[in-house]
Ligand binder design. Structure first.
Ligand code: BES
Ligand code: MN
Ligand code: ZN
Length: 502
C-alpha cells in the first residue's frame, strides 16, 4: 500500500524522486497556468511554466508532461498534469484525477511529491487520495520469467502550505483510509478466479476487518443448507468450490442509523449451463466486485469510526456448468420461501442476492443498499464509466447520486417501471429469473425488489461496467479492477449518519 504524508513545500531533506504538479487551463486559451494557491513562489512558478512551454508548447487539458530537472524544484523529474478546468472551476475531483494521472504515469520511482492548487482540507485530501489511487499496481501474479514491469510510487508526500492544519491532517488521514480500502477491493477483483473461490473471499473479508469493531460470521455450504438459502446453493451447486454467505456487523457505541450492505460475490461467472461465449468470460473474475466493494467499505467505515451501524452481506458462489449444476427450468426456493423458476443460469447474481436481501431484512435495518455487477444491459445503457442506481425510494436514490458525486464517482438514477414486472411472471413458480430483455437492467432491479419488504427503503447499484476497466488507464483509474462503489458507500453512510444527527 502506498503511504501518504504531508510536508511543507520547503521542508528540508524530503529527497523526492519526482514531483507531480497540477496546472489549470487558462480561461480563454486553455493554456497551462499555475495558480498561486499551489503554494509555490512566483519565481518557481514562472520557471516551471517556462519549462512546460519548452517541452510541450501545445500542452492542453488532459496532458501529462514529464520534465527533467526544473530549476527551483528539488526533484530530478517534474510531472506536470494539465487539468480540465480553470482556477475558478476547480473541484476536488479535478485535483484527485490530476494527482492520480501523475502517479499513474510514474514508473520505478519510489518517493513522489504532489503539488496541487488549493489548501483546504477537501482540496488536500482529494490530491492525496487521487495520488494514492493512481499509484496502485497489481503485481502479485508476476513471475520471474520476464523483466518486471514498472513499479508504482511507494510514498506520496503532499506538499502544501497547510501541512500543519489539524483539519487538513484529519481529512488526509480519512482519505487515505478510504483509498486503502478502494485498493483492497481492486486487489480482490484482480485476483484470478483460481485463487479466489468463495472460501478465499470469506477469508479475505475476515482479514479485512481483523482488529476492528466488527463481528464476522461465515455460513458454509452445510450452514446454507441448514438455513435454506436456496438461491446461493443453486448457483453454487455446479462447482466443487462451495458457496459462502459472509456477514459482517459493525455496531459502534454511538449509532444514528442502521444500514445493510449487500454485495454480489460470484467469484467466477461462466454463465453455468447457459454458458457464456469465451470472450464474455474473460473478465468474469470481476463478478464479485459488489462483494469486494461492500467488504472494503465496511472496513473503511469501521476504521473511520462512523456513528452508523452497518450489517454487511456478501453472497458468494462460483457459477459453473457441470453434472451437478442447476438447469434452465429448475425451480429453487430462496431464503424465506419465495420460489424462482431459473430459465437462464447466467442470470445468477439476482439469485444469490435474493437470499442475501431477505436475510439482510431480518436485521431490521433502516436502509438496504445492494451492489452488483448485475447486467450487461447496464453497460449498454450507461457505458463503462457511469454506474446505475435504482430504488424503491426516490429520496434515497437521489441521496446516493449526491453522495457519489461528492466523492467523485458517477452514478445515474434509473427507474423501476412497474410495467416491466409482469415479464418476470413464471407459469409455475412465484417469479422467473429472466424477463424483458429490453431494459434488462431494470427488470433485474425489479426482480430484486420482490425480495425487499414493503416499507424498507432500498437502493440497488448496478456497477457492471465501471467495476472493471478493460481500456487503458485514465486519471486515477487503472486497467482492470477499479474499486468502484467503495467511496460512494462510505459517503452514503457518512451522510446518513450526519443527517440523523441534525
Ligand atoms: N455478471 C453478469 C453481468 C455482467 C456482464 C457483468 C458483463 C459485467 C460485464 C451477469 O451475471 C449476467 O450474466 N447477466 C446476464 C443476464 C441475462 C441472462 C438476463 C446479462 O446481462 O446478459
Ligand atoms: Mn451471469
Ligand atoms: Zn454474473
Amino acid at each position: 500500500m502506498t503511504s501518504v504524508r504531508l510536508a511543507a513545500l520547503d521542508a528540508p531533506g524530503l529527497a523526492l524522486d519526482a514531483v507531480v504538479v497540477g496546472l489549470t487551463a487558462g480561461k480563454r486559451d486553455g493554456k497551462p497556468e499555475l495558480p498561486a494557491s499551489s503554494g509555490l513562489g512566483v519565481g518557481e512558478r514562472k520557471r516551471l511554466l517556462d519549462a512546460v512551454g519548452k517541452v510541450a508548447p501545445k500542452a492542453r487539458a488532459g496532458d501529462v508532461i514529464k520534465i527533467p530537472g526544473v530549476p527551483g524544484i528539488d526533484a530530478s523529474l517534474v510531472i506536470a498534469v494539465v487539468m480540465g478546468a480553470d482556477v475558478d472551476e476547480l473541484t476536488p475531483e479535478h485535483l484527485r484525477r490530476a494527482a492520480g494521472a501523475g502517479t499513474m504515469s510514474i514508473s520505478d520511482l519510489d518517493r513522489v511529491g504532489v503539488i496541487m492548487p488549493g489548501s483546504t482540507p477537501a482540496d488536500v485530501a482529494a490530491a492525496a487520495q487521487g495520488a494514492a489511487l493512481g499509484a496502485y499496481r497489481f503485481e502479485s501474479f508476476r513471475g520471474t520469467g520476464t523483466p518486471r514491469p514498472s513499479r508504482g510510487p511507494k510514498t506520496i508526500t503532499v506538499l502544501t502550505e497547510s501541512h500543519r492544519d489539524r483539519h487538513v491532517r484529519e481529512a488526509v488521514r480519512q482519505a487515505e483510509i478510504v483509498s486503502d480500502e478502494v485498493c483492497r477491493a481492486r486487489d480482490l477483483v484482480n485476483t484470478p478466479p483460481s485463487a479466489l473461490h468463495p472460501k478465499e473471499l470469506a477469508a479475505a473479508a475476515i482479514e479485512a476487518v481483523a482488529g476492528l469493531d466488527v463481528t464476522t460470521q461465515i455460513l458454509d455450504e452445510r450452514a446454507l443448507k441448514r438455513g435454506k438459502f436456496g438461491g446461493i446453493l443453486a448457483v453454487g451447486q455446479g462447482s466443487v468450490n462451495t458457496p459462502r454467505l459472509i456477514r459482517l456487523a459493525y455496531r459502534p457505541a454511538r449509532s444514528k442509523v442502521h444500514v445493510a450492505l449487500v454485495g454480489k460475490g460470484i467469484t467466477f461467472d461462466s454463465g453455468g449451463l447457459s454458458l457464456k461465449p469465451p470472450g464474455a468470460m474473460e473478465t468474469m473474475k470481476m463478478d464479485m466486485g459488489g462483494a469486494a466493494a461492500v467488504i472494503a467499505a465496511t472496513a473503511a467505515i469501521a476504521k473511520l469510526g462512523l456513528p452508523a451501524s452497518v450489517t454487511t452481506y456478501a453472497a458468494c458462489a462460483e457459477n459453473m456448468p457441470s453434472g451437478t449444476a442447476q438447469r434452465p427450468g429448475d425451480v429453487l426456493t430462496t431464503y424465506g420461501g419465495r420460489t424462482v423458476e431459473v430459465l437462464n443460469t447466467d442470470a445468477e447474481g439476482r439469485l444469490v442476492l435474493a437470499d442475501a436481501l431477505v436475510r439482510a431484512g431480518e436485521d431490521a435495518p433502516d436502509i438496504i443498499i445492494d451492489v452488483a455487477t448485475l447486467t450487461g444491459a447496464q453497460i449498454v445503457a450507461l457505458g463503462t464509466r457511469i454506474s446505475a442506481v435504482m430504488s424503491n425510494d426516490d429520496d434515497l436514490r437521489d441521496d446516493v447520486v449526491r453522495s457519489a458525486t461528492m466523492v467523485g464517482e458517477q452514478f445515474w438514477p434509473m427507474p423501476l417501471p412497474v410495467e416491466l414486472r409482469p415479464s418476470l411472471d413464471s407459469s409455475i413458480a412465484d417469479i422467473a429469473n429472466i424477463g424483458d430483455r429490453m431494459g434488462g437492467m431494470l427488470t433485474a432491479g425489479l426482480f430484486l425488489q420482490d425480495f425487499i419488504a414493503e416499507g424498507t427503503p432500498w437502493a440497488h447499484l448496478d456497477i457492471a461496467g465501471p467495476a472493471y476497466n478493460e481500456s487503458d488507464p485514465h486519471d486515477y483509474t487503472p486497467k482492470g479492477a477499479t474499486g468502484v462503489a467503495v467511496r460512494t458507500l462510505v459517503q452514503v453512510v457518512r451522510d446518513l449518519a450526519d443527517s440523523h444527527t441534525a
